[in-house]
Design a protein around this ligand. Structure first.
Ligand SMILES: Cc1cc2nc3c(=O)[nH]c(=O)nc-3n(C[C@H](O)[C@H](O)[C@H](O)COP(=O)(O)OP(=O)(O)OC[C@H]3O[C@@H](n4cnc5c(N)ncnc54)[C@H](O)[C@@H]3O)c2cc1C
Length: 396
């Protein structure tokens, strides 16, 4: 992205009723969003649904260059554009441990892989067509224009991450093998057959064909690790499980996603996206929650004339996540069994619904019943007695 460019096609012309009688302009609400990542662009792309709003995205002056990666998510209502743009999808996905492997299927809720650049390019083009202004903040002290003209502001810069917070951290390699080795119809969501000594650790493998796949070494723990740890896990996994000693690396991606309740980047500016509580604490999934947060904000704007950005998660789900994260932090050796039990207890549709934040009470109960009770009781007790409950639970 270059500095200093401005798109501006917004604004409403003077309206006329056809008899040279000017009609009153609709009241226009100006909205400035700091950032041009997933949340900001996903909202800007839908500016046509907010005709009484004039939207400006302000790219922060200190913003790093956007890095390519894949968004994985289950398809569902409201995600049609994203699913059409997706690079691949699977109706089968697997969870494996040293002792067992469960394959789940769903033709209604496939798992999709969407390339970040594909989504952001689409959103930029839609935003531009819908009259959104995109500008770069000239310097670090001027990231946001002063809120002196009734401008509604939102901040999508990443929130600060306190030391010691649980993180999902990973490195992924997109690899090409010289012979067919991957089961291209089955995404591997979690394969725990890797070293578990540093915290919950699994391989996430999205096979784009029998010879190409994204393979990620992913840990849930409070400390990130040297690159060598993730890379050697990927190499030895591919060698042991697929007999793949040599492969071409087409691309690398990395991420550190905070898991838990986060303060906003700037307490004075309402957040959106990860800075607005959209990351699901137990999984690090955010793409679908960001889309839901934007759906809700647009509904609010249609009803009240003002965008209102709220947490896309239910408090009960955040509470359950807090207990699960406590278990994973203190007893990570339980993780393979927990996820395997969940996969065995739920249908593919139920699994997709649960991880997409669409569980009702029946499904939540089914998940609770599938879990070993003692670790969760210990987790809940530890959370409450450690005073940590409110750190994690509650809408952002
Ligand atoms: C590698 C990776 C893989 C992921 N995979 C998935 C997945 O498979 N499924 C899923 O649901 N979620 C995934 N996520 C999590 C989540 O969907 C993304 O982080 C998502 O981009 C969050 O959207 P956002 O708009 O909140 O933040 P971003 O898209 O990161 O946008 C943040 C904005 O803030 C700006 N910014 C960043 N740092 C600074 C800074 N220091 N100073 C000033 N400005 C700054 C950026 O330029 C950008 O404009 C992944 C995240 C990463 C990093």
């Amino acid at each position: 992205m270059t500095n200093g460019f401005i798109w501006h096609c917004g604004g409403f012309p003077m309206l006329s009723d056809g008899a040279n009688q000017p009609r009153k302009r609709p009241q226009i609400q100006s909205v400035h969003i700091l950032g041009d990542g997933c949340a900001a662009l996903s909202l800007a792309a839908r500016a046509d649904e907010l005709p009484a709003h004039e939207i400006t995205l302000v790219r922060p002056s200190g913003a790093p260059a956007a890095a390519e990666h894949i968004w994985g998510f289950w398809g569902g209502a409201g995600l049609e554009t994203a699913t059409k743009l997706a690079r691949a999808s699977w109706t089968r996905w697997a969870i494996a441990t040293e002792t067992d492997r469960v394959v789940m299927t769903s033709s209604d809720r496939p798992y999709f892989a969407l390339q970040r650049s594909e989504w952001t390019s689409h959103c930029r083009a839609s935003a531009q067509a819908n009259g959104v202004t995109l500008q770069t903040a000239p310097n670090t002290n001027d990231d946001m224009p002063a809120d002196d003209a009734g401008i509604q502001q939102f901040d999508s810069r990443p929130p600060p991450v306190p030391r010691g917070m649980m993180l999902q951290h990973f490195i992924g390699l997109e690899v090409r093998a010289s012979a067919p080795v991957f089961e291209s119809d089955t995404a591997v969501l979690m394969d725990f057959r890797v070293d578990q000594s540093r915290g919950m650790h699994f391989i996430y493998l999205l096979p784009f064909s029998s010879t190409e796949a994204l393979v990620e070494s992913t840990l849930f723990s409070p400390e990130t690790l040297d690159d060598d740890v993730y890379l050697s896990a990927i190499h030895s996994y591919l060698e042991v499980q697929y007999g793949l000693a040599d492969f071409e690396v087409l691309r690398r991606e990395r991420g550190v996603i905070p898991l838990g309740r986060l303060d906003r980047r700037d307490p004075a500016i309402p957040g959106i996206g990860g800075n607005g509580g959209a990351i699901r604490p137990s999984s690090g999934y955010a793409f679908i929650f960001i889309q839901r947060q934007i759906d809700n904000a647009i509904v609010a704007a249609k009803a009240t004339g003002k965008l209102a950005v709220t947490s896309p998660h239910r408090t009960i789900d955040l509470a359950m996540d807090a207990v699960l994260l406590t278990v994973l932090r203190h007893w990570p050796e339980q993780a393979p069994e927990l996820f395997l039990r969940m996969a065995k207890a739920l249908s593919g549709d139920e699994f997709a619904r649960f991880l997409s934040g669409e569980a009702g009470w029946g499904l939540r109960l089914k998940v609770v019943m599938a879990m070993p009770k003692l670790p969760f009781l210990r987790g809940a007790l530890r959370l409450v007695t450690g005073g940590g409950a409110m750190k994690y639970v509650g809408a952002a």
